[in-house]
Ligand binder design. Structure first.
Ligand code: SF4
Length: 291
């Protein structure tokens, strides 16, 4: 079989999926719903955004529940949490907190790293722009954010803390889903994103590659790669940029929640796939008719 490519009508099909998508239904199940209440306070939104993106592993209900627990422990005052996190040692504030393999002490250390970064930068956007100004462009921005949150090598960070913030420029060439998602929330000016970072163009964003987005991107022929990596991020983003050069990542929410919601069963199911706007582009239906 040759490489799978989407049909010539793919842009129209993707647009139909985008326009017909029940955003409110899915927003209620998205970690972005935890961050939107802070849209009027950039510092609070950045801190809540980093915490929510860091929690964004696994089941969405569990993510929302964990964010609620974290928020309750911090009295919902994220800037105050960072303000008070002036030392790397745990103060026990989040001692009992757990989310899958993540532990409260890692979030306390994250608060400390944010405290240190805000001592030098008015906003995480400034740090991001500093990295983005180098030869690696957007990947350099993600790398600067990742390195800032990791902190200096050799500093006594909690176990597995630094694994939370991979960099696209390190040898693993990680897709860096968490920080790409955080950047999407901060940069895109269109609903449901927040548009708080005005100096990073939306055209520069890269797709936050979680397993739902990767599955559908592969099956729509946006990449032939079988492993999620930064190279796959660039390839899928380039394919989406051909559809919308100014805002390629606007399709991320829809592609992701098509998988999360069960709108896409990830196998051939005539009852569901028959009404899927991108079915003509789907690898599973190549050479097949829905009737
Ligand atoms: S045609 Fe079916 S399997 Fe393919 S993307 Fe659409 S819903 Fe998913």
């Amino acid at each position: 079989m040759g490489a799978h490519r989407p049909s010539a009508e793919f842009p129209a099909h993707l647009d139909a999926l985008y326009r017909g998508f029940p955003v409110e239904r899915s927003l209620a199940m998205d970690p972005l719903s935890c961050v939107r209440p802070f849209a009027d306070d950039r510092r609070a939104a950045e801190v809540a955004g980093i915490l929510a993106a860091t929690l964004a592993v696994g089941n969405t209900r569990a993510i929302l529940r964990s964010f609620g627990l974290l928020s309750a422990r911090l009295d919902g005052d994220f800037p105050a949490f960072v303000e008070g996190a002036g030392r790397p040692e745990s103060n026990g504030q989040l001692k009992e907190f757990r989310h899958r393999w993540l532990r409260g002490e890692q979030f306390e250390y994250l608060g400390y790293r944010l405290h240190e970064l805000y001592a030098s930068y008015g906003s995480l956007e400034e740090l991001f722009l500093e990295g983005m100004a180098g030869p690696d462009g957007f990947a350099g921005g993600i790398a600067a954010l990742a390195e800032g949150l990791r902190g200096p090598a050799g500093a006594p960070a909690p176990t597995r803390y630094r694994y939370l913030f991979p960099s696209p420029l390190r040898p693993s060439r990680s897709p860096c889903k968490r920080l790409a998602l955080f950047a999407r929330w901060m940069v895109r000016p269109e609903y449901p994103d927040l548009g708080l970072w005005k100096r990073v163009p939306a055209s520069e964003l890269r797709i936050p590659l979680d397993h739902h987005v990767f599955w559908i991107a592969y099956h729509l022929g946006l990449t032939a790669r079988r492993t999620p990596s930064w190279a796959a991020v660039e390839e899928i983003t380039a394919a989406l940029r051909a559809v919308d050069p100014n805002d390629p990542v606007k399709y991320d929410f829809v592609l992701c929640h098509t998988g999360i919601s069960g709108d896409c069963p990830k196998h051939r199911d005539l009852a569901i796939c028959g009404r899927c706007a991108v079915r003509p582009d789907c690898r599973l239906w190549r050479g097949r008719r829905a009737s």
